[in-house]
Every structure is written in C-alpha cells, then in structure tokens.
Design a protein around this ligand. Sequence first.
Ligand code: FAD
Length: 417
Amino acid sequence: MARGAGTGLAGGCLPSEGGLVISLMRMNRVLEVDYENQIAVVEPGLVNLHLSWAVGPHGFYYAPDPSSQQACTLGGNIANNSGGPHTLKYGVTTNHVLGLEVVLPDGEICWLGGKTRDPQGYDLVGVFVGSEGTFGIATKIVVRILRKPQTVKTMLAWFGEVREASEAVSAIIGRGLVPAAMEMIDHLTIQAVEDAFDCGYPRDAAAALLVELDGLAAGMDAQAERVIQACRDSGARDVRVAKDEAERQLLWKGRKSAFGAFGRIAPAYMVMDGVIPRTKLPYVLGRVNEIAAAHGLRVGNDFHAGDGNLHPNTLYDPRKPGEEERVVAAGGEILKVCAEVGGSITGEHGIGLEKIDYMPLIFSEADLDCMRRVKEAWNPSGRCNPGKMFPTNKACVEVGPAYRQHPIEQQGLAQRF
Ligand SMILES: Cc1cc2nc3c(=O)[nH]c(=O)nc-3n(C[C@H](O)[C@H](O)[C@H](O)COP(=O)(O)OP(=O)(O)OC[C@H]3O[C@@H](n4cnc5c(N)ncnc54)[C@H](O)[C@@H]3O)c2cc1C
C-alpha cells in the first residue's frame, strides 16, 4: 500500500491488515512543465505547495489547496480527491488531473488519461481519483496549472451569532457571487488561533467568515462591496478588508493553521468531515454543539462553509478514562445528522478506516455492492490497501467499529500533541 506524507485524517495509509507500506515521499520531482498548455507532470511524492512554488515565478499556481498543503503530497491528494478553501470556485483535485501513470496490484504499469482534456473512452482518471489507494499506486501525475489571478481581495466579517455567519454564506452565494473561498471559524477556534498566532481575529466574535474574491481587477471593488453588504445584512458586527498581502497571509494563517492551534486548548482532538447543503448550516451547527454538550465535550468548528463541508473538532483528553469513546460516539452522531439532512459522511478526508461503518448511512447495500465490484475489477486480489473503504471479504454490516477492531490504528483517527 502507498503512503504519502501521512497527513490523511481517516487512517487511509495505515497498514491495518499488515503488508508492505511503500513510501512515495522521495519521488518528489517536477518532471515537466508546459506553460503554453498549462500542464505539469509530477511525481506523487511532491508536496502540494511545492508545485505552486515551482511554477509561481512564471505566474502560475496549482489550485487545490488543502490546509495541509505545506506537507501533504499530490499522490495523497489524488487518492483522497482532496479539497481545500479555494475549491469553492476551482473544484477539487479530480477537476485538475488529466492523466496518471499507475502501477496496478499485479505490477502492470499503465497510463490513464494523458495530457489533453476530454480523452476518449471511459474517464478512468476520474474513477481512480478518490479511490484511496485501493485501485493501485499513482507514480506520475499530469495536472492542470492555472494563471495566478490578476487581483485578490480578502475580507474578514465577524458576527455575534453563528447563525448570522451561516446565513451570510447563503446570502453571498444567493446574490450571484462566487468567492474563491468562504471559510468559517467559530469562537472557540478563534481563541486557539489568536493564542497561537495573533492573527487579528476578534476574540469576542461568535464566528468569523473569511471571504476571498479573485479575478480581474475591473469590477473587483464592486463585488467586494456586495459581499460586505451581504454580511452586514446578515448581521455582521463589522467587516475588514485585508489592506496588503501581509495582512491577507496572516488571516489565512489563522484559518489554515487552526487544526494545529487546538493544541493550545486541549491535548487531543478528533476532526470530523461531514458535508451538508449550505442552507442547513444554521441547523446542523446547532445540532453539532448540542451533541458535543450532551457528551460533556467541547467542539471547535473551522471549515469550508461555502462548500457546506464541516470540520467539527471535538476536543478531549485521552488520559481521561472513557473520554475517547465519547468523542467517537459524538462523531458518529454528527455524521448521522449530516446524512439526515441530505449530506455526506465525508467531504475530503475520505473513508479510510475511520468511516467504514458509516457507509450504510448514505449508501444502500446495492450501492455498496456496485462499488465493491468496481474495486474488484481494479484490485481482484485485494492486495492494494486492504481493509480500507470496505471490509475485506466481509459485508459492511458484519464488521464492528473500525476503532475497536484496530486499536493501534485508532491512534490515526485523532491528532495528538
Ligand atoms: C492539519 C491538516 C489539515 C488538513 N486539511 C485538509 C483540507 O483542507 N482538505 C483536504 O482534502 N484534506 C485535508 N487534510 C487531510 C490530508 O492532508 C489529505 O487527505 C491529503 O491529501 C493526504 O495526503 P498525504 O500525502 O499525507 O497522504 P497519506 O496520508 O500518506 O495517504 C492518504 C491516502 O492516500 C493513499 N496514497 C498516498 N499516495 C498514493 C499514491 N501515490 N497512489 C495511490 N494512493 C496513494 C494512501 O494509501 C492513503 O489511502 C488535512 C490534514 C491535516 C493534518
């Protein structure tokens, strides 16, 4: 099984059934860049951000930007179909991959797709992206690179109530605006981020919304005004526009480093990754807080609000008997709420080991069977990343919670400090 940087949050790269782990980290070269056709060919161990660094001096960048982009690899991004703050406007990894060299489980090396858009035949690149290492190992990746936008405008709006911030998200989209990113950070997360980085988020806000517009300079100020007005109409206490690149970077640092900042306020946390329709944000965030409180836990939310991709981070102390079990139970209840409102159990972190038991919340037995057959077509021996996404040689319902089956892997389900 393949391993990139090991930043995955669903236990995907853990050898839960033993076997051989192949680290791709040293296959980290940019092999080719074709600026005229806007593509790059890279090795899978290349760190996401390093691709933008490589093509940046020529005015280009790679759009999918997971918050872990300083460490995670393109190979891991392919496997998990990773997203990030800017995928609201630009789409997730699958929208940026044109071709893949893949080593199949029997050792055969083949190419899927290539260097052009819309290749003939089935979209096997699209099938492979998001397969979480269960179809084979990507060894070369052809990606689209984009021209850097002419102008970027970043705004921070803050609110006295989470409900108002949630309503602002729908109000902005409802007015026909498509921000490049729209991220929400709640009160508890603001405390952690301010303690750690002093980024300038107002400590007394119940929630803050980081909104970024990008594109042509012409008309940008007018768009920004409309975003600001939508926030004010939704009850924003105030809105600030980053005055320069340094302030913009500081605001983004707060958001992108929020997971790490939780280390300031708790010895451990477990991050969930549910997706909901945007309009359900006020209801679901309320339910998240109720569920955490019912288990005697605290939860910090920092997430891709524009995509309705929640990341409730349940804080806890693993040294306290029973606390970890309560965290896992609360996480399950939160995912159930996401499924009930028509959402999904993962937006970007994948199923891995963590969410195997939750698959029936959104898929019928017929759906699961169909997916198993697709997996068997690629990986008939079950050799590639066994035990992930589906229990090996067992029906989903026959298997107990993954965390109980694999006590060592349980370590991978939470970030510890
Ligand atoms: C602080 C933090 C913030 C994060 N923010 C985001 C975010 O905003 N958006 C997001 O989507 N994710 C986020 N993540 C999750 C994680 O970073 C992504 O899932 C990332 O894509 C994993 O990359 P990796 O190189 O670490 O892969 P690993 O964790 O090493 O592996 C992940 C999966 O990919 C498979 N894999 C790795 N390389 C290959 C390959 N070459 N071929 C086939 N399969 C392979 C592995 O077998 C495994 O199943 C975050 C994680 C952290 C710790």
